[in-house]
Design a protein around this ligand. Sequence first.
Ligand code: PGA
Length: 258
Amino acid sequence: MSRRPVIAGNWKMHNLQQEAADLTNGIMQELRAEDKAALPEVVIAPTFTALYAANKALKDCGCGKVRLAAQNCYFETKGAFTGECSVEMLKDAGCEYIIIGHSERREYFGETDEMVNKKAVKILAEGLVPIICCGESLEQREAGVTDYHIASQITKALRGISAADVAKSIIAYEPIWAIGTGKTCDSVEANRVISMIRNVVKGLYDANTADAIRILYGGSVKPATIKEQMAQSDIDGALVGGASLTADSFAQIVKGAM
Ligand code: PGA
């Protein structure tokens, strides 16, 4: 099965509204000459306060080449949950994807596997696509428990989700030691872990579901690394942090995945 590549930019806690609009317009400008059908699925994930500005820029352009994601959500629909944002609210703001379980959310904001699962269930119920992050720390890698840890994160994240919904979902394998460090995981090793994740999905579901799910690599992806990453059998794209903050480098990564 051929899986459509995905390049997603995780802007993290960067960009005021005008900056978000400028970056969005800059990316679309860089991609203007590209045939939409030949492009990977291109996704940008601004922070909550910049979603409106980015969505407006996308709608004003109307080229349909770039889609919107949120970096987090809450799994309840509405109510007394001060400071949280529901999936419905994010859908209303134009989001089609939501990143969940990012290692920074797990580390600094106490996001657990159970919360990741509840969020994934809710996102899929609303017809959006979860980008489910997983990854091991340096200590876990050195202790030789990478595969066990990742398999556990994925098994828990997908609990109770149907094969059809899993097939529509996206997983991002992001070794924590490679995030924001400039130290990219070796492509062959990233591909090995991603194949292992695909095997976990096959074990939980079936071969068709494992073939359909897109699994991205994340962690210091740069224009210089993307071609080798995309040349691997199981890497279906990238979740990009730092290099998604300028239109030029993000567009180079998008083009490198074509
Ligand atoms: P990075 O971040 O590309 O800056 O390493 C990736 C991520 O955290 O999603």
